[in-house]
Design a protein around this ligand. Structure first.
Ligand code: GSH
Length: 287
C-alpha cells in the first residue's frame, strides 16, 4: 500500500496517533494514543501530532526504528501506536506507559506535576482469563517505582479490551480504507467477516454492557474513595486517571449516545465526572 509517511525532522516532541476518518481530530478514539496525549497535555508540553493511517503503522514504526511491543497470537510482531519522538534527546518511545515514564523522568515538575505519586490505591484486578478483540495485550512491564501503575494499566486494559466489541462498530475510518481495515481486524481474530467479529444485536449489547458494569464496579470504588473527586486522589490528577481516561475517551467516541450517557452515570457518575475533568484539563488535540 502506498504510504504517505515521511519521517519527521521536527526537533520537538511528536505524537504518532492513528488516523481516524477525516475531519481530524473529530473521531480519534484509540485509547493508548489518547493516554499519551493526555500525558503530554498533563505535562503541558508543546508537541505536534503525526496522523498515521491504519495499514501503515508497521512501516512507520519500523522506519522510526521502534520495535513492536505487542505480538499477535501467532507470534508475529504487532506494530502499534502511540509512538512519541523527542527531537531534543533523540528518544523514540513506543508504548503509552513507557511514554509516561519517559516524560516524568525528563520533566518531573512540569505541568500538573508528578504523574506517578505514591499513596494512590490502584488495587484493581481484572479476573477474567480471556482477552477480547483478537490479540493479546503487551506483556505487563514491571518497572519500579511505577510497577503498581503498570499493573493497574494491564488490568484496566484487559477489562475494557474484553468489552471492545461494544466500541468496534463505532470506530470511524476514511471511507476508502474502511473495507481493508475491517477485513484485517476480522483476519486477526480468525473470523470470516467483520460482521462476524462485531455483530451484536440489542440484547447482546445489553448483556455485554451489563458485564462491563459488573467488572468495573471495583474500579469505580477506587474513584469513590476520595469524595472530593473526580480523580483517584481527589483534586490531584495522576497517571491512574489517564489509564482509565484513555478507555473512556474511546467509549465517548464510539458508543451510541445513549449507551455512553448510561455509562457516564454508573456508580454515582464517577466515569462521567472523570472523563469531563480530563477532557477539560488535558483533552486538547494539538495538531
Ligand atoms: N502497549 C501498547 C499498546 C498500543 C496499542 O495496542 N495500540 C493500538 C491502538 S490503542 C494500535 O496501535 N492498534 C493498531 C492496529 O490494531 O493495527 C501501548 O500502551 O502503547
Amino acid at each position: 500500500m502506498e504510504s504517505d509517511f515521511t519521517p519527521t525532522n521536527d526537533t520537538g516532541l511528536v505524537l504518532y496517533d492513528i488516523a481516524p476518518a477525516p475531519p481530524y481530530p473529530k473521531h480519534n478514539a484509540a485509547p493508548n494514543p489518547w493516554k499519551a496525549r493526555y500525558t503530554l497535555n498533563f505535562k503541558g508540553l508543546p508537541y505536534t501530532t503525526h496522523w498515521v493511517q491504519m495499514g501503515e503503522i508497521s512501516a512507520v514504526r519500523q522506519a522510526l526504528g521502534v520495535p513492536a511491543c505487542r505480538k499477535f497470537f501467532d507470534g508475529t510482531e504487532y506494530y502499534t501506536l502511540p509512538v512519541v519522538t523527542d527531537g531534543s534527546t533523540g528518544a523514540k518511545v513506543g508504548d503509552s506507559f513507557d511514554i509516561a515514564v519517559y516524560l516524568q523522568k525528563q520533566h518531573p515538575e512540569a505541568g500538573a506535576g508528578n504523574l506517578f505519586p505514591g499513596g494512590v490505591d490502584l488495587n484493581y484486578e481484572c479476573s477474567a482469563g480471556m482477552v477480547g478483540f483478537g490479540v493479546p495485550l503487551s506483556e505487563e512491564n514491571s518497572r519500579e517505582p511505577t510497577a503498581v501503575y503498570a499493573r493497574f494499566n494491564t488490568n484496566v486494559d484487559m477489562v475494557f479490551s474484553i468489552h471492545a466489541q461494544l466500541m468496534a462498530e463505532g470506530m470511524k475510518w476514511a471511507p476508502e480504507r474502511e473495507a481493508a481495515i475491517k477485513a484485517e481486524f476480522a483476519r486477526r481474530a480468525g473470523k470470516a467477516t467483520w460482521e462476524e467479529l462485531v455483530g451484536l444485536d440489542a440484547a447482546g449489547r445489553e448483556k455485554l454492557r451489563a458485564s462491563l458494569k459488573e467488572m468495573v464496579k471495583d474500579l469505580a470504588a477506587l474513584f469513590q474513595k476520595e469524595t472530593s473527586g473526580p480523580f483517584l486522589l481527589g483534586t490531584q490528577p495522576c497517571y491512574g486517571d489517564i489509564i482509565v481516561g484513555g478507555w473512556l475517551r474511546m467509549m465517548s467516541r464510539t458508543l451510541p449516545g445513549e449507551e455512553w450517557e448510561e455509562i457516564q452515570g454508573w456508580y454515582d457518575g464517577v466515569f462521567g465526572k472523570l472523563h469531563a475533568a480530563l477532557d477539560e484539563r488535558f483533552g486538547e488535540v494539538k495538531e
